[in-house]
Each structure stands twice: as structure tokens, then as C-alpha cells.
Design a binder for this molecule. Structure first.
Ligand SMILES: C[S@@+](CC[C@H](N)C(=O)[O-])C[C@H]1O[C@@H](n2cnc3c(N)ncnc32)[C@H](O)[C@@H]1O
Length: 295
């Protein structure tokens, strides 16, 4: 699944989403919850002592033989590993100071379980995504990820898009890689965010953007909106989603063939579409998105 949400040129942020149910990002996972699932009790003990820094219980792999720290029980690579991984994948230093994948992977091994959704708001070169992919390859778990990062565009470099060219590109390259990365795989969608004023929503939001938001809202895999059609339908196993931009004569038959199912029909002007689809509720795109995404 790969879909792209077009956005204005000044979009400053995007996210890379290996999660078909983004609504779950708000699932409550406080500190207590993480601690209660901390897998290595000796690490948990260290973690809760505020005066011990994180690095005090992590041993770089190249210091393993000489380390006398009895508490340091998480062994990882160093920044060299991060730099080397970037070089392996991009053939050049595409990102400075990438974290070692093994460090993030071992932290995630401790702090997450299969099925968890890992969110990195400052994803940079997407080391966290690779760490999730490595864990999945190792134990077959279905951990998912959302990577959020800045484009790093500036007045001097207005076209820079680190998120597209490094964050998402790393995941693309890992998916295509052979050799030591051959087992890593993650379907994902690359999306860009942009700000739209409420009052401009009807005019500024394209049907394709509304489509991605509605699919996400209903927990459906993201698909590409076909703007050459007056309406698009997503015929999911459990949920059927329809977004009507311009109704046409093919719509009533398609919808009525699915009327016994979990059906959601959206339109910009529901009244007109409801008149065509006797007995079927048609939901307003604008109000739905405003009430869902604005507190
Ligand atoms: C320290 S780097 C993260 C490195 C990452 N752990 C890795 O291994 O590649 C922080 C990243 O956050 C991004 N960033 C900074 N401010 C941001 C913001 N407000 N929203 C999203 N990302 C941001 C930066 O562009 C940078 O790529």
C-alpha cells in the first residue's frame, strides 16, 4: 500500500505511516503502562533511578570486553553503526548523526510488544522505522510505526524535503534491499501535512486529500484516489467507504449492492446525494473532518 497526499509547496512536515489505523495513535500509553511491560527488571530498576543517565546502563558493543558496569545490560552499536547504515543504503552521508539501529531496536524490544504502534515525532533518517522492521523480521511481530519529520526546507533551500528524500526513502530502500537487509519489509504510505483554515476547507481540500483522511479515520488501508471519477469507493472486507465528489448514474447501483454492509457514504453536499440514494444516510465531509481532527 503506497499512497501520497499532495500538498502545497510550503508544507513543512510529513509523516511516513506504516499503520493502517492511525486513530490508535491516541491509545493511552503512559509511563506506568510502559514500566509495567518493561521486560528486563534490572533495566527497569535503572530506568527509575532519576540520577542515572540513560547511557549509564547501555554498553557500546565495542566496549563489552572492558566494561565493568554490572548494571549496564543493554548492549548496542555506536554512532559509527548509524553512519555506516546510512552509507550502505544511500551510498553517501545522506544524514548526519543517525542513531545506531541496534540501540533503537533494543530499546523498542524492552519497551514494546507485538502489535504496538511506535511513533517517532523527530524521525530524521528513520532509524526507528528500521528498528521496527528489524524486530518484525526477527520475531514476526506486527509492530507498526509512524515517522514524523520536518522537510528542513529553508528560505535558502526551499525545495529541500528530507522527509521524502531520506525518511521515506530509507524505508523504500530497505524494502528493495538484498544482502543483510533482505528480510526487512514494511508497507507504508508517505503523506504530507498542510494547514487549512476551517472556512477554506470546502475549497482548499482536494477530494484525494479528503479520501486519505476518511480512509485513515475508518481504519482502512490507504489507496490512491482516482480523480478522473466522480466518486470513489473502497470495498473493504468489513467496511465500505464512498466519497462522492460529483454524483453520476453509476453510483446508486454500486451503493445499493453493498447496502447491507458497514457502509459510509460521504459527500460535500449530502442533500443532493441523499436524494439519489433513497434511504441511505450521506455524511458531510467538512463537518466530519472538522469534528474528528479539531478538538
Ligand atoms: C536528531 S534528528 C533525529 C535522528 C534520528 N533519530 C535518526 O537516527 O536519524 C531530529 C530530526 O527531527 C527533525 N525535526 C526538527 N524539528 C521538527 C519538528 N518540529 N517536527 C518534526 N520534525 C522535526 C529534524 O529535521 C531532524 O531530522
Amino acid at each position: 500500500m503506497l499512497s501520497k497526499m499532495p500538498a502545497s509547496d510550503n508544507a513543512q512536515q510529513c509523516h511516513v505511516d506504516h499503520s493502517i489505523a492511525p486513530a490508535q495513535t491516541t491509545r493511552g500509553k503512559g509511563h506506568t503502562w510502559v514500566k509495567s511491560r518493561w521486560k528486563n527488571p534490572s533495566l527497569l530498576g535503572q530506568f527509575s533511578v532519576a540520577i542515572n543517565t540513560l547511557s549509564s546502563w547501555i554498553t557500546p558493543r565495542n566496549e563489552l570486553d572492558t566494561s565493568s558496569d554490572e548494571f549496564a545490560s543493554l548492549v548496542t552499536g555506536t554512532n559509527d553503526e548509524g553512519a555506516k547504515t546510512i552509507k550502505d543504503l544511500f551510498g553517501e552521508k545522506a544524514f548526519n548523526y543517525a542513531k545506531p539501529p541496534s540501540l533503537v531496536r533494543e530499546l523498542l524490544r524492552q519497551a514494546t510488544s507485538p502489535g504496538d504502534l511506535v511513533l517517532d515525532f523527530f524521525a530524521g533518517s528513520a532509524t526507528t522505522a528500521q528498528a521496527v522492521m528489524e524486530l518484525t523480521a526477527e520475531d514476526g511481530s506486527d509492530r507498526r510505526f509512524i515517522m514524523v519529520s520536518s522537510t528542513e526546507a529553508t528560505a535558502d533551500a526551499p525545495d529541500k524535503n528530507l522527509c521524502r528524500d531520506v525518511t521515506a526513502e530509507r524505508i523504500r530502500r530497505l524494502n528493495a534491499a538484498d544482502g543483510k537487509y533482505a528480510d526487512l519489509a514494511a508497507e507504508f504510505a508517505y503523506l504530507r501535512t498542510r494547514e487549512i483554515d476551517f472556512e477554506d476547507l470546502d475549497y482548499d481540500l482536494t477530494p484525494g486529500q479528503a479520501w486519505s483522511a476518511l480512509e485513515a479515520l475508518h481504519g482502512l488501508p490507504l489507496t490512491t484516489y482516482d480523480s478522473s471519477r466522480g466518486w470513489n469507493g473502497h470495498d473493504g472486507d468489513e467496511t465500505v467507504l464512498v466519497l462522492v465528489d460529483t454524483p453520476d448514474s453509476t453510483l446508486p447501483d454500486w451503493v445499493s449492492a453493498r447496502s447491507g454492509r458497514n457502509l459510509f457514504v460521504y459527500a460535500w453536499a449530502p442533500g443532493q446525494v441523499e436524494a439519489m440514494l433513497a434511504g441511505i444516510d450521506v455524511l458531510p465531509v467538512r463537518q466530519t473532518l472538522v469534528s474528528r481532527f479539531i478538538a
